[in-house]
Design a protein around this ligand. Structure first.
Ligand code: MG
Length: 439
């Protein structure tokens, strides 16, 4: 055997489990692979402890005690993801090896022929993250070590400040600063500041559903520069400020509003356009130097590869389970490095603690990390997900257990079953005349 092949085998062997029992000169190099570890079952685990549907994948293996967990949370279509896992992925994976994550990802990705949709991508993410979890457990290392180790001591996060008035938001921002945060996202009320809108004509006319939301885009566009002005006045120049447009306004209106924010030096402005309006990023870039973040609604590489290669935005904030897990997210992160695009993974409450851990493992390891959206986990969530990350002084920390470091207490999870119907309607927003607004 030539030297190159010998070294390659030696390197591969060093990652395999249970090696060496005793390091003797005889077993330093290995020329045959160890017995494969195979998948015996892939199943969904669901829980809804705070009215937020969380979906996980558990991968079981033929090695006693060796299991992995991954996040497959897509709360708006939870039952569909559960079916994709239990009815399709389980059958696809049984008997296959756990070690070959890339091969599993590529083959599962095309197993449906049609691909890149949110339901199947989330199921795939659950599988992918669980396999990385198992890989770390086999190696005896936290997953970030498998990506090359730490590039920073912890994960810098931003908090979410909001209120019905600029003054209320400024007060909330100060609370985050007092708790050690350096970055704070500022929002006026709910998505699109719907509380600022007066009576909707479509409601008076009896059009659409009574609980549909009404957004007055002009009021929103006028208020956001005032919000920045007030927060800068009250909280000073040092804190980094972020804002999420949540799409919802016309692209040229968004561009004009972002120009008005330049003097307040935003850290980034997020989601100015819906993915269908991707081409407007080129125009936005020509009209402002405000850093732009985009990506939580992306599902397909067709949506992000070209804009990243053209440097149309500065932060890629993909929702990792929506693109199929850690394997594709690492490729997105590495792609961004060459175009000076930093990561800012989507990290809301409808990502399970396992998904937040997956975000953080990547955040620790990639050079072009930007910022991480963070949430605090309740005691109830910590009971269901022992080992979950925690945030202190604005930094997220993970534990150093092998794998992703988060377990699932299935007995606790089962106490909070999925509801039969999805009732939350924040995606239903209309203009004054009732025209649906696209997030
Ligand atoms: Mg957003």
């Amino acid at each position: 055997m030539n030297r190159r092949k010998l070294l390659k085998n030696a390197a591969a062997a060093s990652l395999l489990p249970l090696v060496p029992k005793s390091a003797t000169p005889e077993n330093k190099y290995r020329f045959a692979e160890l017995d494969p570890v195979t998948i015996t079952k892939v199943k969904s685990i669901v829980t809804c402890p705070h009215g937020i549907e969380l979906i996980m994948v558990k991968v079981e293996t033929d090695q006693p005690g060796l299991v992995g967990y991954g996040c497959a949370t897509f709360r708006q279509r939870a039952h569909a993801v559960v079916a994709a896992i239990d009815e399709y992925l389980d059958d696809f994976c049984r008997g296959k090896r756990v070690e070959n994550i890339e091969d599993m990802w590529q083959t599962a990705y095309v197993s449906s022929y049609w691909r890149n949709g949110p339901v199947l991508n989330n199921a795939l993410s659950g599988l992918d993250q669980a396999l990385w979890d198992i890989k770390g457990k086999m190696a005896g290392m936290p997953v970030y070590q498998l990506f090359g180790g730490k590039c920073r001591f912890a994960v810098d996060c931003y908090g979410h400040a909001s209120g019905h008035t600029p003054e209320e938001v400024a007060e909330d921002v100060q609370g985050f600063i007092d708790r050690g945060f350096r970055h704070v996202r500022i929002q006026l009320g709910g998505y699109g500041a719907t509380h600022l809108a007066e009576q909707a004509d479509f409601k008076t006319a009896g059009f659409a559903m009574e609980d549909d939301n009404y957004m007055d885009q002009n009021v929103y566009l006028k208020m956001i520069p005032k919000l920045f002005e007030e927060v800068r006045k009250q909280c000073g120049e040092d804190v980094e400020l972020l804002h999420d447009i949540h799409e919802r306004v016309q692209p040229l209106d968004a561009i004009r509003m972002i120009q008005k924010l330049e003097d307040f030096r935003p850290f980034f402005i997020e989601d100015p356009f819906s993915p269908e309006n991707n081409r407007y990023f080129e125009m936005l870039r020509q009209h402002t130097t405000v850093p732009i973040a985009m990506g939580e609604l992306y599902n397909s590489p067709h949506e992000w590869v070209d804009p990243m290669a053209k440097r149309w935005f500065d932060f890629i904030r993909i929702h990792i389970s929506q693109i199929g897990g850690i394997t594709p997210a690492m490729k997105v992160a590495r792609l961004g490095e060459w175009f000076n695009i930093r990561t800012a993974w989507h990290g809301p409450g409808d990502v399970s603690p396992i998904g937040h851990a997956a975000n953080a493992h990547i955040d620790l390891a990639v050079w072009n990390f930007g910022i991480q959206e963070s949430v605090n986990f309740s005691d109830r969530l910590l009971e269901i997900f022992p080992g979950a990350p925690y945030v202190e002084d604005g930094y997220m920390h993970i534990n150093e257990a092998p794998g992703l470091g988060v377990d699932v207490n299935e007995t606790e999870a089962a106490k909070y079953p999925l509801p039969d119907k999805f009732k939350y309607n924040w995606t239903q927003v209309r203009k004054k005349d009732g025209t649906p607004i696209r997030p």
